[in-house]
Design a protein around this ligand. Sequence first.
Ligand SMILES: [Zn+2]
Length: 97
Amino acid sequence: MKKWLRQLEIEKNRCQSCGMPLQFDPQGGGTESDGSHSRDYCSYCYADGTFKDPQLTLEAMQQRVRQLLRKRQAPWYIRAYMAHRVPMLKRWRSCKR
Ligand SMILES: [Zn+2]
């Protein structure tokens, strides 16, 4: 319980595509085209300066986030909260809903 509450508090350094805290990324973040680390996106979403899955829709990303959290056995309210937050991330903010 406590660890999930702490996760909610980690508002900084989240991937701006999927919402995962970058500190949980084993690669420490995605990479830019010059090989430096991205401060905005995780290694699952972003590599060499581009999104790994540029066709991904907002709905598909929300689905992916739910599945990922289910695998990590997050409680339902964390899954709902994280999926709810996806549209507010930088990648999706300009998308029509
Ligand atoms: Zn990501």
